[in-house]
Ligand binder design. Structure first.
Ligand SMILES: [Zn+2]
Length: 340
């Protein structure tokens, strides 16, 4: 029954969105519950009818034949998923026609607004099979549902934009990002993997939702960020509190370095080759180098900048004094707090 048109449609859809990793298409003929639980990346064996054929007289009841014709189904949250002790009793349909079969009590317990008042109250007579339409696409909604169930979603390789949008949409459904994106959650860990690549974006996302536990481990990746390039929009997005934290991180470290640089190399007792007058040269070299360094604070930069100074000295005792001074500076600098 799979027509050429369906295959062509599948090909067209896959060229834009990698559905295979998120969902499968159900086989109404199959009695095998495990069909719905096959591993990620399993090739889709059937394909949906093009969305343009979406029936307007669709009765909001996920009859299997109708589902088979019009919808895709979430891989994890299928009707026959048996990883939870109770069968699902609620069905969400996303804007791109993907169904998520879930448990009302779990969804409701995560939300303080009845999931944007989308979930019917128990007192209202309504079919438990009702399909609830949500405005998100399946990729975003997939992240939200996995978050509610505290399941990892890294296997779908979502983009940072998708993760960011999912977190942004949580408040719409009455879910507190602060309560759900915490240190021990899979989503927290997943977002943090983007910190080395998009440090400012991750920091801003954390700032927007006051996720301090996410902002702190992201902040060392912002040490090399040039604050003069911070735009007004970035400042508005992260808000005054996290903007202040970021500035003080930089200011604090800059101040600490300046203090270290003020500690001159220790003088040694005058020798035949190097009297007090000669040793003043060392002080001048240090002062000159440190004046430049204070403006060029970058990781790994200090050592490469300071060590060559020893080559400019003729006296071995002066060289030893300078090496000790550099070593103390680097040790002290490494201990300066590098997070907000
Ligand atoms: Zn000397």
């Amino acid at each position: 029954m799979v027509s050429v048109n369906r295959a062509a449609h599948r090909s067209a859809m896959e060229s834009t969105i990698n559905f295979d990793s998120i969902l499968q298409f159900p086989d109404p003929q199959s009695d095998d519950d495990m069909y719905f639980m096959s591993s990620f990346g399993t090739p889709v064996t059937q394909v949906p009818t093009p969305p343009t054929e979406f029936s307007e007289d669709f009765s909001d009841t996920p009859d299997e034949d109708v589902v088979a014709k019009h919808f895709w189904i979430s891989t994890t949250f299928s009707a026959r998923a048996n990883w939870h002790t109770l069968p699902p009793d609620l069905v969400f349909a996303t804007s791109d026609m993907v169904l998520f079969y879930v448990h009302a009590h779990i969804i409701l317990s995560s939300s303080d607004n009845h999931f944007h008042s989308l979930i019917p109250l128990p007192s209202i007579e309504q079919s438990s099979d009702s399909v609830i339409h949500v405005p998100e696409n399946s990729q975003t909604f997939n992240i939200i549902i996995h978050l509610i169930y505290n399941l990892p979603s890294s296997q779908f390789s979502p983009s940072f934009e998708t993760l960011s949008l999912a977190v942004l949409r949580l408040s719409f459904y009455g879910i507190s990002p602060k309560a759900y994106v915490t240190v021990r959650t899979p989503l927290h860990a997943l977002i943090l993997t983007f910190a080395p690549i998009f440090p400012m974006e991750v920091y801003t996302l954390a700032a927007k939702h006051d996720l301090l536990d996410l902002a702190i481990p992201t902040s060392p990746h912002l040490l090399a960020f040039d604050l003069s390039t911070l735009t007004e929009q970035m400042a508005v997005e992260m808000g005054p509190v996290y903007l202040r934290k970021l500035f003080f991180l930089h200011i604090r470290r800059c101040d600490a370095l300046k203090k270290f640089l003020l500690r001159l190399p220790r003088a040694h007792p005058p020798t035949e080759e190097c009297n007090f007058e000669n040793q003043r040269g060392l002080g001048r070299v240090w002062a000159l180098a440190s004046a430049h360094l204070a403006w060029l604070v970058r990781p790994g930069f200090l050592e490469s900048c300071l060590n060559p100074l020893t080559d400019t000295l003729a006296c071995d005792e002066c060289k030893d004094g300078l090496r000790i001074c550099i070593k103390n500076l680097l040790v002290g600098w490494s201990q300066v707090k590098n997070t907000i």
